[in-house]
Design a protein around this ligand. Structure first.
Ligand code: CA
Ligand code: ZN
Length: 301
């Protein structure tokens, strides 16, 4: 097991980032990650006013994956996520779906223990850890870690948790994988702009899936125990939904040899549009398709 220390943080996904380590796939790695505020907000320093906004949304990495070349598919299986004992949330003026109604910015610390996140004295939520920021370097301009895109990044997608595999189109030599922004629990949409933000240790298995190169992925895919999901981010949720649906339908056409009409109708009958997040610079949607229906079609991803 190779461990990538928290000190190796990046604030943008970039082909110019110096690798923290090099790893030969298949590789088992542990990423130590900071919370989305980079550990700047603590019970002894709880004010958001003193936060250095140039150092938020850190991702740990990047890892240079030996042999990864543009056009390859990088597979990152999330084996487990250990979350820190204290998480935090924020309600911020000007942030999130209720932005116009928030009068005063507030930080809430959320103790996390024994699989429960204690929201207040009346409500404890079951912990369902997930990774907010995970991605590879884009071919073009650097993308800040707070922004999602075809490289992944701040997708804030609830189903990227233990047991899930994220498949990325590799855009640069070595892929340059990095991740951070773990949430102990988050709802679809992340409507106020934060989940229960925590530092964490993420164990992953990283490999190359050259057998998927024919898919010519333009965006990440996620495989869980029950669905294959195509993820897409765009200026509007409408555009993100469209791109995610096209992505999944394209796989049905390519691998199951369905016509566009049949692929679309099967998506319409068996698939589900889900909202990942509506609060980042681009919105993220996913199209989930049941693995058992894929299996009936003879398709294994
Ligand atoms: Ca995030
Ligand atoms: Zn977050």
């Amino acid at each position: 097991m190779t461990r990538i220390l928290r000190a190796n943080s990046i604030y943008a996904f970039s082909r110019d980032n110096r690798p923290a380590i090099r790893a030969r796939p298949p590789a088992e790695l542990i990423f130590e990650t900071q919370d989305c505020f980079g550990g700047q907000v603590t019970p002894s320093s709880p004010a958001l006013g003193t936060v250095d906004w140039g150092h938020i949304n850190p991702a740990t990495g990047p890892v240079y994956v030996e042999g990864a070349k543009p056009g390859d598919v990088l597979a990152v299986r999330v084996q487990s996520i250990e979350v820190a004992g204290l998480g935090l949330m924020a309600a911020m003026r000007g942030e999130g779906v209720l932005a116009g109604q928030v009068r005063a910015t507030e930080v809430k610390f959320v103790p996390v223990a024994r699989g429960r996140a204690k929201f207040n004295d009346r409500v404890e939520l079951p912990v369902k850890p997930m990774i907010g920021v995970i991605g590879v370097a884009p071919a073009g301009e650097p993308v800040p870690c707070g922004t999602p895109g075809s490289h992944g990044g701040n997708m804030d997608t609830r189903i990227i948790g233990p047991g899930a595999t994220v498949l990325f189109p590799v855009a640069v030599d070595g892929a340059l994988l990095a991740m951070g922004d773990v949430h102990a629990v988050m709802g679809d949409g992340e409507v106020m702009g934060t989940g229960v933000e925590v530092a964490a240790e993420i164990s992953v298995r990283v490999g190359l899936r050259r057998d998927l190169a024919d898919l010519e992925l333009r965006n990440p895919l996620i495989v869980t125990d029950s669905v294959l999901a195509a993820v897409a981010s765009a200026k509007t949720l409408d555009a993100a939904v469209k791109a995610a649906t096209r992505g999944l339908a394209g796989i049905l056409m390519k691998r199951a040899k369905l016509s566009l009409n049949d692929a679309g109708m099967l998506c319409s009958a068996a698939g589900t549009v889900a909202v990942s997040q509506v609060v980042d610079p681009l919105k993220t949607a996913r199209f989930e398709f049941p693995l058992n229906v894929l299996r009936d079609l003879g398709v294994v991803i």
